[in-house]
Design a protein around this ligand. Structure first.
Ligand code: CMP
Length: 143
């Protein structure tokens, strides 16, 4: 078991539906600690930079419009195998395919408005944490 950190974003649909607390509860109930957090409305430029890997996908324009349409809640999660655990808790990208009891199955409406974002590899997680948080804004505390 390895203690990892990963970035999580609660997307505009879930923030607007007042679901921040319910989603945080899922993280905490699964031993993922919230060690940094901020609310932010992404500019189109930030969304484009952040999702640069999807630049040539047909869904890119819709993704950028949606992610900059309202405030998001951004957090760093820490815990054993945090990257894969967070992906498990989130469920499949398309909520119609997400396993019962996952965040996307329970709270998401569509593949675009799919409630949360998380990272799949350690390198991506580290890069994306650094995109939003300085070292001073991350608190790796003990229980
Ligand atoms: P996310 O995990 O934030 O990463 C990229 C996002 O693009 C994804 O969640 C979806 O919300 C969105 N998206 C829209 N269409 C697709 C698709 N066909 N495949 C993957 N992601 C998609």
């Amino acid at each position: 078991m390895t203690v990892e950190q990963t970035l999580s974003i609660i997307k505009p649909d879930a923030v607007a539906k007042n679901l921040i607390g319910k989603i945080y509860e899922r993280f905490e109930n699964n031993d993922l600690k919230i060690i940094a957090a901020k609310m932010k409305k992404l500019t189109r430029f930030e969304a484009e930079e952040f999702y640069a890997v999807h630049k040539y996908q047909p869904f890119f324009a819709d993704l950028i419009s949606f992610m900059s349409s309202g405030p998001v809640m951004i957090q760093v999660l820490e815990g054993e195998n945090a990257i894969s655990k967070n992906r498990e808790i989130m469920g499949s990208t398309n909520p119609k395919e997400a396993a019962l009891g996952t965040i996307r199955a329970d709270f998401a409406e569509s593949i675009d408005a799919n409630a949360v974002h998380g990272f799949d590899t350690l390198a991506n997680a580290v890069n994306e944490i650094m995109y939003f948080f300085s070292k001073e804004e991350i608190y790796s505390y003990q229980k």
